[in-house]
Design a protein around this ligand. Structure first.
Ligand code: FEO
Ligand code: CA
Ligand code: CA
Length: 644
């Protein structure tokens, strides 16, 4: 953990920050031109290793970089990461493709029953409220596999429901009655299920005592500084300590003590007002809560989603929810100490000083990147169950000289009245301290053996053009170097002294996505992007146990104009030492690839295919004229080797 040395054992490779020091010596007065020059240098560095591999990097040191054409014509197309494979071409077919020597199969799809009293998915009705409550939810996203006594328990977020698909049997393609809304609410939340490898095929074990559906109606406890605050009190809960349900759970996290973290992202889209003249508060507007929902219709059936009647209800969503996946009776806890915003994932690590650090992104244009440090220490054999109840919440400030710092959010630094208020109005707190507005922070991933951390900044068409919802400017520069950024990038940072709790860090960009076949300016991307591996909108991000960085995309799949040649959304494997990135998987039409975890023996990788056919052009996974269904897919090596 404390080892931030990136050199290999013969000592010839430099760490990326050492390399950066050589190529880009720090200056006292960085200007935008210098930042641009640094990015160009980085493009050379990464491009060299892409073309010739790490060995050539030692001698050329990136100073005699080949042109882009040479990089694209590099003879070897075999991945140079830890896992050898022949990288895939982009494509637009309505299936999953993986490299030669690998196989995939579907484990579970939206609507599959988790109990034998459930019914098989009905393609005509697309299910009912009752059937959905007993079945795997829609739009699977982040997930983690846990093991107990040799049994495999998979916890999966079901982020949202595709209205046009789950209500595809309705003329309006929207909920038309109370049972439709019941189905929609039950399609959200978290699915926990035991799975087993049955002769090479992973299957759900129906009726396992571990199986559980957590939905928009499941009782939750509210923990941490905001618990009991006036802003959390409602007609149904005068204590401000209990709420119902979780929804729009996007990326996820897992703690070192074996709990699952479901992260509430676009919680705002479910609230509406029965009074069209109602004016939501400025605080609610900062979070995008308005009089109109996004077509879910919950407010019409369940009054707590009507903000004109229950204006505090949205304050009870937007948190990290901690769930014990091994106890189907346990009460999930909303961890307010980790802040309230549109949470993407929650990457937890144990720092060298035993404090638990959780990195958190707020996925909206111009919002922020956060860090939580627990007050108490992790104890290997102790009770760690309340470590996320109290700690220090900070937000990232990136400086143009390659340095960064974590700014603590406290009443003193923000001018806000209490820590409780900071944990409820976290965006406002971060604005108050002048944090760096980011290009939509999606997943954060920490290296398993070295203190280095990566965050996918998926895209931001407003960069350099419009402020964020709080009015904070979004200047071009730092880790957000492109105006109107439509391709995205991955920023990485090294905590000072290899200490995840340190106040400072060094940063650079691991990759800028782009399209070098269409553009020759900075929209071509960094030099580790070429016509063979290009992609847009990195989103899911996770390290395997060998230090391979898996990158999943949720981008434009038009395959034309600015996105020509990029095909469907995909998953790539990145080598963080050489910069090389290789395409490993291409998803079906109109999906995003999101969510990743491994079996206990690491011989199976599980990934998620979300919203195939969201615009009506997929029949994944059933084919024919079946209804497209979000699914979890198992990937294995034909030689039986490990996948991560
Ligand atoms: Fe649900 Fe930020 O993706
Ligand atoms: Ca995402
Ligand atoms: Ca996304």
């Amino acid at each position: 953990m404390a080892n931030q040395d990136m050199a290999n054992h013969d000592g010839v490779e430099l760490s990326f920050d050492e390399f950066d020091e050589q190529v880009n010596p720090p200056t006292s007065e960085p200007e935008f031109n210098e930042i641009a020059a640094r990015l160009v240098s980085r493009r050379r560095f990464l491009g060299t290793s892409v073309a010739f591999g790490a060995a050539a990097f030692v001698t050329s040191a990136g100073l005699t970089a080949p042109g882009r054409a040479q990089a694209a014509a590099a003879p070897s197309r075999v991945s140079q990461g830890w896992l050898p494979f022949e990288p895939l071409a982009a494509g637009g077919s309505d299936t999953i493709r993986v490299p030669k020597g690998f196989s995939w199969h579907t484990v579970v799809s939206w609507g599959d029953p988790l109990w034998s009293k459930g019914v098989p998915f009905d393609h005509a009705s697309r299910g009912t409220g009752a059937s959905q409550e007993l079945a795997f939810g829609d739009n699977n996203d982040g997930m983690s596999l846990f093991t107990k006594d040799g049994r495999s328990i998979l916890a999966v977020n079901n982020e949202y429901v595709n209205r046009s698909i789950i209500y595809g049997n309705r003329e309006s393609k929207l909920p038309e009655n109370a049972d439709d809304v019941r189905k929609g609410k039950a399609g959200h939340g978290v699915s926990v299920m035991e799975i087993e490898n049955d002769g090479g095929t992973w299957k759900v074990i129906k009726d396992s005592p571990f199986n559980r559906r957590i939905t928009a109606d499941t009782p939750m406890a509210i923990s941490g500084p905001a618990a009991g605050h006036e802003l959390l009190k409602t007609a149904a809960d005068a204590t401000g300590t209990r709420s119902l349900g979780t929804w729009n759970n996007c990326g996820n996290g897992r703690t070192p003590w074996g709990t699952y973290l479901a992260c509430e992202e676009n919680f705002n889209g479910y609230f509406s007002s029965s009074d069209p003249g109602y004016t939501p508060s400025a605080e609610l507007k900062r979070y995008g809560v308005s009089n109109k929902d996004w077509g879910y219709g919950w407010g019409a059936v369940d009054e707590r989603f009507d903000i004109s009647k229950h204006p505090n209800e949205p304050n009870r969503a937007g948190y990290i929810v901690e769930i014990n996946p091994l106890d189907a009776q346990s009460t999930p806890k909303k961890r307010t100490a980790l802040g309230r915003f549109k949470h993407e994932n929650a990457e937890a690590v144990v720092a060298a000083n035993a404090r638990v650090v959780v990195y958190l992104g707020d996925d909206e244009r111009g919002e922020f990147l956060y860090r939580f440090v627990s007050k108490d220490k992790y104890r290997e054999l102790g009770d760690n169950s309340e470590l996320l109840a109290q700690g220090t919440l900070s937000v990232a400030k990136f400086h143009d000289d390659g340095r960064g710092e974590w700014l603590e959010l406290s009443p003193q630094t923000t001018g806000m009245k209490s820590q409780a208020e900071i944990c409820i109005h976290t965006r406002q707190a971060a604005s108050a301290v002048g944090a760096t507005t980011m290009d939509r922070p999606e997943w954060v991933a920490a290296h398993p053996a070295q203190a280095q951390v990566y965050c996918a900044l998926t895209n931001n068409k407003n960069r350099g053009k419009k402020p964020n919802k709080g009015g904070d400017a979004t200047p071009v520069g730092g880790p957000n170097p492109r105006a109107g950024n439509q391709y995205g990038q991955i920023v990485r940072w090294l905590p000072d002294h290899g200490d995840h709790t340190a106040a400072g860090f060094k940063w650079d960009l691991y990759v800028m996505a782009g399209n070098p076949t269409v553009h020759s300016d900075d929209r071509a991307g960094s030099m580790n992007v070429n016509e063979d591996n290009m992609f847009n909108s990195p989103d899911g991000l996770a390290f395997d146990s060998k230090g391979g960085l898996w990158i999943q995309t949720d981008g434009k799949y038009s395959n034309k104009d600015d996105f020509a040649g990029q095909g469907n959304n995909q998953m790539l494997l990145g080598n963080t030492q050489t910069g090389e990135i290789s395409r490993f998987l291409v998803g079906p039409k109109e999906c995003e690839v999101t969510g990743i975890t491994w079996s206990a023996d690491k011989k199976t990788m599980f990934i998620g295919i979300q919203h195939p056919g969201e615009r009506g052009r997929s029949h994944f996974p059933g084919g024919g004229d079946s209804v497209p269904r979000s699914s979890i897919v198992a990937i294995t090596r034909d030689d039986g080797g490990v996948m991560g």
